[in-house]
Design a protein around this ligand. Sequence first.
Ligand SMILES: Nc1nc2c(ncn2[C@@H]2O[C@H](COP(=O)(O)OP(=O)(O)OP(=O)(O)O)[C@@H](O)[C@H]2O)c(=O)[nH]1
Ligand SMILES: [Mg+2]
Length: 219
Amino acid sequence: MSDIDLEPGADPERAERARKLFSGPIAFLKSAPALEHLPPPSMPEIAFAGRSNVGKSSLLNALTNRNGLARTSVTPGRTQELNYFDVGEPLVFRLVDMPGYGFAKAPKDVVKKWRYLINDYLRGRAVLKRTLVLIDSRHGLKDVDREFLEMLDTAAVSYRIVLTKADKIKASELAAVHAATEAEARKHAAAHPEVIVTSSEKGLGIAELRTAVLEAVEV
Ligand SMILES: Nc1nc2c(ncn2[C@@H]2O[C@H](COP(=O)(O)OP(=O)(O)OP(=O)(O)O)[C@@H](O)[C@H]2O)c(=O)[nH]1
Ligand SMILES: [Mg+2]
């Protein structure tokens, strides 16, 4: 996909700033296994959330055009801590790669630990500008996702749904899932009404998502 796949109404100057920022200096900052390890809340943060294996770390790599910046895996449960990445030099904002939720096969105490970490972070982080909630295009929203969205609504955490792995389904099915997901997003108080369709594999929707991230940072 080209860098000109702008959303209708998107600001072309912001799109250009986003393109430059995401192709400039980006560095891993730290892994936070618990809230006391978070960096000082001095910069805007954008978090990646979603079920295990939905493609959070892959999308972060696609956005930053750096393979291997965030660790990915075919096995769910790869990301176990809040991983921080600094974008821009001087620093403009931070990306936060989170552990997945809804991973039934993980030991119960591990699932609990991740859930507390994710929920406490999302509810208590004043510098969190937006959470990207990733949903696998093949599956659409599941009950575990809806519970997560409701938690964000209650905590008044602004979020945007992003469909992932769009390369894995037919265009007609993708259009139907996209429409159904947007219809559902409109019912949620803290959700952005527009859903972005992406494929980290094919680069689909990546430029659009970069602009959306910067928009969330700047407003
Ligand atoms: N075909 C395709 N595969 C993808 C895409 N994005 C991710 N994957 C694959 O999906 C698997 C999981 O990707 P990750 O990025 O590790 O997923 P995650 O959400 O970070 O997973 P956890 O850290 O375990 O929660 C890997 O095998 C990726 O290669 C995509 O856009 N298309
Ligand atoms: Mg991951």
